[in-house]
Every structure is written in structure tokens, then in C-alpha cells.
Design a protein around this ligand. Structure first.
Ligand SMILES: Nc1ncnc2c1ncn2[C@@H]1O[C@H](COP(=O)(O)OP(=O)(O)O)[C@@H](O)[C@H]1O
Ligand SMILES: N[C@@H](CCC(=O)OP(=O)(O)O)C(=O)O
Length: 358
């Protein structure tokens, strides 16, 4: 089955771009650029989220063991990003294409204003037929402010730009139903329903240079597919993988997209770290919100206002075990919410249109 997209996000992991010795694999990067150029020539808009700065840095400098991991990553990424982006610029120039560098940190998405600032810039680049090459800026983003990895960043970009698909290239054929190293394990071709428990067959093992692992990939892929964006996970080391995935020829894992969510819901879905308030909802409200009927969060379903928040803030909805149920925009502040706690016939605290369910 081939796919007819007009805007896609392509994420390439470190292990696809590097040889086993950690040096950049120029032959493979060249082949991937050829494929991306061919896709762009079909009129498909592409944003590339590329790891590999740290890996490129390793090919240029040796870091003494005495430096901690954060400092080493900053040093390697600062040096390596120059080499990485220059490699892309020179290779795309051969196809008469212009690429650009977009380095971001999680902080750049902290509120709607900053989020829209990045969105506007990426939209402008695409309008000018430029290929944005996005990467997390490891030089300035420190541990607590970092994305888990570029999979998370790629999922955010796909949602922000209302892409039809996110293609994630890693060093295995897709998500296996067991340990990928075992012959008995098979690639799962399609994943449809949210809430699949991947922990029974996705291990926390990461590839040699990967940062997030398959667990972060699957969680991000489920969230993005739930927002209405198809997610394809395939093997970036295979010949013609990108064009073959689009033509439905390559074995890989596809997360089937659900109903397309609004732009606002997509933003809310990626705003957990900027949430200020936390409200605990009761079992009845949890069941109602997760039913097929569009339901707002009413005060009658709230059991506790756990933290302060203002009207318009992003708030977390948690259950009695403090597990995240969803995120939403508060229609009024915590004080008013406390006054209305448990009451019937009161205005919704979170309207359905501004509610994202995990
Ligand atoms: N069930 C699974 N299916 C596929 N890969 C898995 C699974 N469980 C763990 N993995 C590991 O996840 C790795 C890919 O994730 P990661 O290291 O983050 O790569 P990348 O650099 O592409 O982001 C694979 O190399 C594999 O070792
Ligand atoms: N900004 C980092 C990204 C690291 C990362 O997410 O790696 P991976 O898990 O291989 O996609 C770099 O360029 O090395």
C-alpha cells in the first residue's frame, strides 16, 4: 500500500548516520539525501530532524574521561553540529536544494507564543522550498530541560506542522514482537489501538549511539498517531528505505493515524512540561472522558485541586493513583475550581475542544 502525503517529517537516528566506529557514514548520509531530494522533487514538503551532532563531534575530537557526560555532550555537539550541517548543505546543494539549520531546546516550546514562533519560522522555510534540518541544541539544553531524544522532538514538530506522516529511521526494521536479535521475533507491520503495552516486548536496550531507545519511540509514536499523524518506523541503513516506505514496499512498522486533532489539541498534547495546575478526577469522570462521546471536564468529576493555576493555564488531569489521564486548558483558576468542587450544573473546568487525553 503506497502513501500519498504532502508534508512529512523525517527523523534520522544517530546509528543510521554513523559507522560502528562512531564516525559519520558519509555514503549512507549521501544516499539518504538523494532519497529526500527525490521525495521533495515529487512536491512533498519535508522537514528533517537529524541526530548525529554528538557522533560527528567524536570524529573530530577526543574528550578526556575527566569531563562529565553533559560537558562532553556539549563539547561534541558544538563541534559536531558544524560538520553535520555542512555535510547536509553540501549534499543538498548537489541537488540544487537549500537546507537550513534549526537548533532548538525544550524551552523554545514552553508556551503558546514561543511554540508559534518556531512554527511560523518552519512554515516560512517550507514556503520558500527550503529543507529545515532540525536538531536539539545539546550545547545549551541541559539534563532537566532536554527532550528525551530527537524522537520526542520529531513528534512535536510533526504535530506542530500538521504533517500527514512522521518517518523515523533507526537501525532495525521496525518494532519487533520480541528481542530483535532473536530469529523468532518478527516486525509488527501495523499498530492501531492506543494503549498497547509495549513493555512486554520492547526492551530498554538502545543502539550503540542512540539516546532514547525503542520505548520512547513507541510512546511518542502512539501519541502522534492518536493526534491523526501516521508514524512509520523503518531501517535507515537499508537501500531506498524512504522511497520504499512511501511506496509501501519496505517491511516496517506503521502506526495507523486516528482522527485528526485540532492544532490547539496538538499543542496541548505536547505541553506536559509547561503545565502549572494538577487536578485529580474521580473514576466516573475518567470513564466519561475516555468514552467515545466528546466530554468536557465538569466540576462534579473533580475530587481534588492539587496545585494552584490561573485561567488559561495548561493543567494536568490525574487519577487517584496520580497517573496522567490528560492535559487541558483551564477555563477558570484554581480558587473558583475549589468553590465548585464536586458540584453539578457548573461550567466545565476544561472544555472538550481544549482537552487532550493521554
Ligand atoms: N521490540 C523491539 N523492536 C525493535 N527494536 C528494539 C526493541 N526493543 C529494543 N529495541 C532496541 O531499540 C533500538 C533502537 O532505538 P535507539 O537506540 O533509540 O535508536 P536511534 O538511534 O535510531 O534512535 C534498536 O537498536 C534495538 O536494539
Ligand atoms: N542532539 C543529539 C540527538 C541525540 C538523539 O536523540 O539520538 P538518537 O536517539 O539516535 O536519535 C545529537 O545530534 O547527537
Amino acid at each position: 500500500m503506497s502513501f500519498n502525503y504532502h508534508r512529512i517529517i523525517i527523523k534520522i537516528g544517530s546509528n543510521v548516520l554513523t559507522q560502528p566506529n562512531g564516525l559519520p557514514d558519509l555514503k549512507r548520509i549521501t544516499h539518504l539525501v538523494e532519497q529526500i531530494a527525490a521525495i521533495k522533487k515529487q512536491g512533498i514538503e519535508v522537514v528533517l530532524v537529524s541526530s548525529g551532532a554528538v557522533a560527528s563531534g567524536r570524529s573530530l575530537i577526543t574528550v578526556s574521561e575527566k569531563f562529565d557526560a553533559v560537558a562532553a555532550r556539549q563539547l561534541l555537539a558544538s563541534i559536531g553540529q558544524v560538520k553535520l550541517i555542512n555535510t547536509y548543505a553540501n549534499l543538498f546543494e548537489k541537488h540544487e536544494m537549500l537546507c537550513s539549520q534549526v537548533l532548538v531546546t525544550k524551552e523554545d516550546f514552553r508556551d503558546r507564543l514561543h511554540y508559534l514562533n518556531i512554527k511560523n519560522c518552519l512554515d516560512l522555510l517550507l514556503q520558500h522550498q527550503v529543507l529545515p534540518v532540525v536538531n536539539e541544541n545539546d550545547v545549551v539544553s541541559v539534563t532537566e530541560l532536554m527532550f528525551t531524544d530527537n524522537d520526542e522532538l520529531a513528534g512535536l514538530i510533526a504535530s506542530m506542522l500538521n504533517a500527514q506522516a512522521l518517518i523515523i529511521l533507526t537501525n532495525v526494521d521496525g518494532i519487533y514482537d520480541g528481542d530483535p536479535k532473536l530469529d523468532t521475533s518478527k516486525v509488527i507491520a501495523e499498530i492501531n489501538n492506543k494503549g498497547v503495552d509495549f513493555s512486554s516486548f520492547v526492551s530498554s536496550d538502545r543502539s550503540q549511539f542512540g539516546r532514547g531507545g525503542m520505548i520512547t519511540k513507541t510512546h511518542m509514536a502512539q501519541k502522534v498517531a492518536q493526534l491523526g499523524i501516521a508514524v512509520h518506523i523503518g531501517n535507515g541503513t537499508k537501500e531506498n528505505i524512504l522511497t520504499d516506505i512511501l511506496e509501501g514496499k519496505a517491511p516496517h512498522t506503521r502506526f495507523i493515524p486516528h482522527k485528526t486533532a485540532s492544532g490547539k489539541k496538538k499543542w496541548i498534547a505536547h505541553s506536559e512540561t509547561s503545565a502549572t495546575g494538577i487536578v485529580e478526577i474521580n473514576a466516573g469522570a475518567k470513564a466519561a472522558l475516555n468514552s467515545s462521546k466528546a466530554t468536557s471536564l465538569l466540576p462534579v468529576g473533580i475530587s481534588k485541586i492539587k496545585t494552584d493555576f490561573k485561567k488559561g493555564d495548561i493543567i494536568k488531569l490525574v487519577d487517584e493513583h496520580n497517573a496522567l489521564v490528560g492535559l487541558g486548558i483551564a477555563e477558570y483558576g484554581a480558587e473558583k475550581a475549589k468553590e465548585r468542587l464536586g458540584q453539578k450544573n457548573q461550567k466545565a473546568l476544561v472544555h472538550y475542544d481544549y482537552l487532550y487525553l493521554q
